[in-house]
Design a protein around this ligand. Structure first.
Ligand SMILES: NC(=O)c1ccc[n+]([C@@H]2O[C@H](COP(=O)([O-])OP(=O)(O)OC[C@H]3O[C@@H](n4cnc5c(N)ncnc54)[C@H](O)[C@@H]3O)[C@@H](O)[C@H]2O)c1
Ligand SMILES: [Zn+2]
Ligand SMILES: [Zn+2]
Length: 345
C-alpha cells in the first residue's frame, strides 16, 4: 500500500509500505476513504514532537471501511463504514472508566504519533470497538472527518470546559479549524456574543459566515480594548485560547470579566506568564486539556440532525495520492485561504 511516511524533521514521502495486519484480537484494519491534515502534523514535521520516529505513517483523522477485524472485536465487521477517533481507548482502564480516554493506559493520542496513522491506504486501529464509531447510512462521510479531532476538541476543551451558557459573551482567540469548531459548537448554547480574534482577515470573514457576531483582527489596534468595548467594559464570560502561543494566552487572561472561564485549547511549546497578581481577586476559572472524544456520539447525532454542518470547514480537496501537494497548500494556509483539506482515496 501507499502511505505518507515521516522521514525526520522537514521530510516526508508518499511511498510504498507493507499494509498493516491484525496484531491483537481487539484490532480493526480500516481502508481509508477520506483523511485530512492537522496543524499537529505540521508541528511533527517541524520536529516539535520528538516522540514521532522516522518511518512513522502520519495522520490521526479519517473515515473508512472495515477491511478485517480481530477475533475479539464485537461491534464491527468487514464492510462497515466507520469514523476513526484521533484518540484510541481501551474502554476498560481507570481513566477510560471516567471518560478520560485521552489518558487511556493503552491508548490516548497514539495514531500518527506512536503507531502508524491514517494518511495511508490502510490503518490498524487498536481497541477498535471503543476507538471507532459506526457511520449512519447516508451520512456525508467527508464532513464526518471533522469529527475525528477538531469538532470534539473545540467542543470539549473549549466550549464545555469553558462552560458557555445562554447569554454569555464568548471570545475565541484563533480562527483555525479548532477555533472554528469551538465557534460552531458554542452556538448550541445561544451565547449573546461570539467574538472571533485572529490576524488572518480571510479566516475572520469565514468566521462571520459561521456565526461570529463580531471579529477583531489582531494588529488593527489594541485587541484587549476592542474586546472590552464589545463587552460593555466588563470583559467576556468565556475566553477560549485556540492558538497556543504566549501572545494569545495573554489576550485571554486580559479580557476576563469577574467569574469568567478561560479555556485553554492551544498546544503550548513555551511557558506563559500567568498574571495571578491580577487574576486572584477576579474569581476566574481556568482549564486545560487534551481532547477525550467522549462527545463524539453526541456530535454525530447533532450533525445527522442538521444542528451543525462541519462540511463548511472544508476548503480544499485532493486525491489521497496527491497528499504531498495538499501539505504544500496546508502549509501556506493564509495565502491559499485553506482551513480543512480533504484527501480522498
Ligand atoms: N487540546 C487539544 O486536545 C488539541 C487538539 C487539537 C489541536 N490543538 C491545538 O489547538 C490549536 C489550534 O489548532 P488549529 O488546527 O486550529 O491551528 P491553526 O494553526 O490552523 O490555527 C491557529 C490560528 O491562530 C492564528 N494566530 C496565530 N498567531 C496568532 C496571534 N498572535 N494572534 C492571533 N491569532 C493568531 C492563526 O492565524 C490561525 O488562524 C493548536 O495549538 C493545536 O495544536 C489542541
Ligand atoms: Zn489533530
Ligand atoms: Zn483505557
Amino acid at each position: 500500500m501507499k502511505a505518507l511516511i515521516y522521514q525526520g524533521p522537514g521530510q516526508k514521502t508518499w511511498t510504498e509500505k507493507a499494509p498493516p495486519g491484525i496484531e491483537k484480537p481487539t484490532d480493526v484494519i480500516v481502508r481509508i476513504t477520506h483523511t485530512t491534515i492537522c496543524g499537529t502534523d505540521l508541528h511533527i514535521l517541524k520536529g516539535d514532537v520528538p516522540a514521532v520516529m522516522p518511518g512513522r505513517t502520519l495522520g490521526h483523522e479519517g473515515v473508512g471501511v472495515v477491511e478485517e477485524t480481530g477475533a475479539a472485536v464485537r461491534n464491527f465487521k468487514a464492510g462497515d463504514h466507520v469514523l476513526i477517533s484521533c484518540i484510541t481507548s481501551c474502554g476498560a482502564c481507570p481513566n477510560c472508566k471516567r471518560q478520560m480516554y485521552s489518558h487511556c493506559d493503552d491508548g490516548g493520542w497514539i495514531l500518527g504519533h506512536l503507531i502508524d496513522g491514517t494518511q495511508a491506504e490502510y490503518v490498524r486501529i487498536p481497541h477498535g470497538d471503543n476507538s471507532l464509531y459506526p457511520i449512519p447510512a447516508g451520512a456525508d462521510e467527508e464532513a464526518l472527518v471533522m469529527l475525528s479531532d477538531i469538532l470534539p476538541t473545540g467542543f470539549e476543551i473549549g466550549v464545555l470546559y469553558g462552560q458557555v451558557k445562554p447569554g454569555d459573551i464568548v471570545a475565541i482567540v484563533g480562527a483555525g479549524p479548532v477555533g472554528m469548531a469551538a465557534l460552531l459548537t458554542a452556538r448550541f448554547y445561544s451565547p449573546a456574543k461570539l467574538i472571533m480574534i485572529d490576524m488572518d482577515a480571510n479566516r475572520l470573514d469565514m468566521a462571520k459566515k459561521f456565526g461570529a457576531t463580531d471579529i477583531i483582527r489582531v494588529g488593527s489596534g489594541d485587541t484587549v480594548e476592542q474586546v472590552k468595548d464589545l463587552s460593555g467594559g466588563l470583559g467576556v464570560d468565556v475566553a477560549i485560547e485556540a492558538v497556543g502561543v504566549p501572545a494569545t494566552f495573554d489576550i485571554c487572561q486580559s479580557i476576563l470579566a469577574p467569574g469568567a472561564h478561560l479555556a485553554n485549547v492551544g498546544v503550548h511549546g513555551k511557558s506563559v506568564n500567568l498574571h495571578l497578581e491580577d487574576l486572584w481577586i477576579q474569581n476566574v476559572f481556568m482549564s486545560t486539556g487534551l481532547v477525550n472524544t467522549n462527545t463524539t456520539p453526541m456530535l454525530l447525532k447533532t450533525v445527522q440532525a442538521g444542528g451543525i454542518d462541519p462540511a463548511r470547514l472544508i476548503t480544499h480537496r485532493f486525491p489521497l495520492g496527491k497528499i504531498e501537494d495538499a501539505y504544500q497548500t496546508f502549509s501556506n494556509a493564509a495565502q491559499e485561504e485553506a482551513l480543512k483539506i480533504i484527501l480522498s482515496a
